[in-house]
Structure formats: structure tokens, C-alpha cells
Design a protein around this ligand. Structure first.
Ligand SMILES: [Fe+2]
Length: 176
């Protein structure tokens, strides 16, 4: 896996992590993989005009992420080598407010990310079952939802600007 050649944007914007796909298994539904195996290895992050950490999202995929060695930003507390984390489909997730704020205000210069790290993810269009052994394990760690308590809704704060853009594009305005 350390020999994998990661590719990404060298212009702007944040590319979906599926660009780091190493292996994929087809499902019976065209365009929807049964499972994708992705890895996150040391690489350059150079894209401009973007938010670089994993962004907030809620998608249909089940996501099982593991860390072989190193550390991985974007997962909080207790995510250490040997750990896996699981996000069930349609469950919203993203970074903490402090990580969001720091990434929103940082200078977007080329930088190395995931140095000394090998993390992986299985993404699937199917839900995963969790074994009784895992559910009852003393090593199980429940995510602390309080880490998102201070999130602010920046979309609403910029609603006027967003509506001006929508109007200019001939699209209906967002009403709150
Ligand atoms: Fe995700």
C-alpha cells in the first residue's frame, strides 16, 4: 500500500476521497460499487480555494475507517493505530468547530499531510452488521457528540450572499 500513487487536484477544490480508491468491487447496480477500498498515505495538499479537511456530509455509504499507523486528522479522540471507526449510512459527520475554523482561516500553501501515516477506508453501498463481540467489547469507544456542540451555521450567516448568487443564476431563493 505504501507503493500506491495518490493523485489529486493540483488546481482548486476538494476532491471526493474516493479518488484514493485502490480496489473496487462491483455491485449489481451500475455506478454503485459494492465496496471501495481507499487508503490515505503521505502526500502533498496543494489545492486552492477550498476547505481541505474532510467536509461535513451525510451520504448513503457505510464507512469503515481504520488506522494502521500514524495519526489521522478528521477523526477525533481515541482514534489510534489499530482502531477502526464506523459511520453508518445517512449519519451526518464532520470535523469539530475548532478544526473547521482553523482550516477556514489558514493560508492555503502547499503542505505535506498524513506524514508517517497509513489509514484505510472501506466504503459500501450496503449496511454493515456489527458483531456482538464488538458491541460488548470494553475497547469500544462511543463518539462524544459534544464535540459538535459549538458548531455554527455559516450557511445561514451568508444567506443574503447565497440568495444573491442564486437569483443571479435564475434559481429560486432559499427561505428560512
Ligand atoms: Fe464520511
Amino acid at each position: 500500500m505504501e507503493k500506491f500513487v495518490a493523485v489529486g487536484s493540483i488546481t482548486k477544490d476538494h476532491i471526493d476521497p474516493s479518488i484514493f480508491c485502490v480496489l473496487t468491487a462491483k455491485s449489481k447496480t451500475p455506478g454503485t460499487p459494492l465496496a471501495d477500498f481507499l487508503i490515505f498515505i503521505p502526500r502533498w495538499d496543494v489545492a486552492l480555494d477550498t476547505f481541505r479537511p474532510p467536509y461535513f456530509h451525510r451520504n448513503a455509504a457505510s464507512e469503515l475507517m481504520g488506522l494502521l499507523y500514524g495519526s489521522y486528522e478528521g477523526r477525533s479522540d481515541s482514534f489510534r493505530p489499530g482502531s477502526i471507526s464506523y459511520e453508518t449510512g445517512f449519519c451526518p459527520h464532520g470535523v469539530s468547530w475548532s478544526e473547521y475554523k482553523a482550516a477556514s482561516e489558514m493560508e492555503l500553501i502547499p503542505r505535506r499531510v498524513h506524514e508517517g501515516t497509513l489509514a484505510f477506508m472501506f466504503e459500501s453501498s450496503m449496511p454493515f452488521g456489527i458483531t456482538e463481540f464488538a458491541i460488548k467489547s470494553e475497547k469500544r469507544h462511543e463518539h462524544e457528540p459534544g464535540m459538535w456542540n459549538d458548531l455554527r451555521n455559516n450557511f445561514i450567516a451568508n444567506l443574503e450572499e447565497a440568495n444573491n448568487d442564486l437569483k443571479a443564476a435564475g434559481l429560486p431563493e432559499v427561505k428560512v
